[in-house]
Write a protein that binds this ligand. Structure first.
Ligand code: PLP
Length: 408
């Protein structure tokens, strides 16, 4: 007897990245010198999870009666205010923003997909994208469509973006675009000012045809080579013409992946529209996960608002960012001369190496004890989980695997 509804009956619960990670760890435990570049978390050079000590300490200090209680459905007011200030600082847009608590950035993305598109409509994103976008869209009864991410010069293909956006608005009467920059997962690409401006120009132009929601997925915003400010200063003036949404997450920024603390921030100049947004999003929270982690939000609020704790966390994060930046620098020094083809990469957890025969290259790498994540046309390399001393071996193995498979 079939209990699952037919459309859900053949869904796979396995995450291919977690499966690869498991295989790499098992071989490492058996004594092989494995390079495991699959993990999407920042690891110290000794392989341990990098943790911001002050955040962990603040979390332990949350009173039991706070963490055991239900949090308000939309999240505590002080948490929501702290997130807006953290994201927007003293920009005028901060007065035009509402935030709602979500379980991590994933929850924020889920809320966006489910509330700004009708069932059956498609989200638009880049052709390389974080796999769970598709899961989040499909599980919410929406779909995912993509535009070509890179033009022949290796820059963001904004003409292709414009074409797809126009087609979608004409077909759907509305559109939702999600863009992940800085430090795009999986490519590592960060849009520069000209690319952001081109995105803004396209959205601004097409917004005359129908409502467009632009979601900035800022999961890796603290690890970019440049401050988020110049991106925000270009995008925020769109608010009102389009709906600007930002995802905010403590997962990478505060190395609290398991805490599931995040928020969706919506910017709109009209107060009545903001009230409607907040009410409708709170309703969706209640209908999806009810409310979020009370203790986690209390701790993150403290580290965002207590000047001394905040300064300590910023210093500790600076040390972790420097650790990652050293790996990125070493990679960039070696990978180009070794013949690897990869997008501009100036910071962040991942890069991708373009590759003609992905399954063959990934299989060859595995034989050598190097684990990366196969994608259509590329291999994702998580430098966040590779010790700096292993970068030369990683580049060398990738160069041999991708050239051997390119020439047959
Ligand atoms: N967006 C991107 C591109 C990610 O890579 C991730 C996590 O890996 C997320 C969003 C969401 O992470 P979380 O739900 O832990 O905040």
């Amino acid at each position: 007897m079939a209990f699952l509804i037919p459309s859900h009956a053949s869904r796979s619960g396995d995450d291919p990245i977690f499966a690869l990670n498991g295989e790499a760890r098992a071989r490492a435990r058996a004594g092989e010198p494995i390079i495991n570049a699959t993990v999407g978390a920042l690891l110290e050079d000794d392989g341990k999870l990098a943790v911001l000590g002050t955040v962990a300490e603040t979390l332990r200090a949350v009173p039991a009666e706070v963490s055991a209680a239900y949090a308000p459905i939309a999240g505590p007011d002080d948490f929501r205010r702290a997130v807006i200030t953290d994201l927007l600082g003293d920009r005028p847009a901060a007065a035009h923003a509402v935030a709602i608590a979500t379980p991590g950035g994933s929850g924020a993305i889920r809320l966006a997909f489910a509330n700004f598109l009708e069932p059956g409509q498609a989200v638009l994103t880049t052709s390389f994208y974080w796999g769970p976008y598709q899961t989040l869209a499909e599980d919410a009864g929406r779909r995912l469509e993509t535009f070509g991410m890179f033009d022949p010069r290796g820059r963001l293909d904004t003409p292709d973006f414009a074409r797809h956006l126009r087609r979608q608005i004409d077909a759907q009467g509305r559109a939702l675009v999600i863009l992940n920059s800085p430090c795009h997962n999986p490519t590592g690409y960060s849009f520069d000012d000209d690319e952001w401006q081109a995105v803004v120009d396209v959205v601004s132009h097409e917004s005359a045809r129908g409502p467009i929601t632009l979601v900035l997925d800022l999961a890796y915003s603290r690890y970019g080579a440049t401050d988020l400010g110049s991106c925000l200063d270009r995008v925020l003036p769109l608010a009102g013409k389009a709906l600007v949404l930002c995802t905010w997450s403590a997962s990478k920024s505060f190395t609290e992946y398991g805490l599931r603390v995040g928020a969706l921030v919506a910017v709109h100049p009209d107060a009545a529209e903001r009230s409607r947004l907040l009410a409708s999003l709170a309703y969706a929270c209640r209908g999806t996960w009810s409310n979020c982690n009370a203790g986690g939000m209390a701790a993150i609020t403290r580290v965002l608002t207590d000047p001394e704790l905040r300064a300590r966390v910023d210093r500790e994060r600076g040390v972790l960012k420097a650790l990652l930046d050293r790996r990125v620098e070493r990679w960039n020094r070696l990978a180009g001369p070794a013949g690897l083809r990869y997008p501009r990469y100036d910071g962040g957890f991942f890069t991708t190496v373009f590759c003609a025969d992905v399954p063959a290259a990934a299989a060859r790498l595995k034989v050598e004890g190097v684990f990366v994540v196969p994608l259509p046309g590329a291999l994702r390399v998580a430098l966040c989980s590779v010790a700096e001393r292993d970068v030369p071996r990683l580049v060398d193995a990738l160069a041999r695997a991708t050239t051997a498979t390119a020439t047959g």
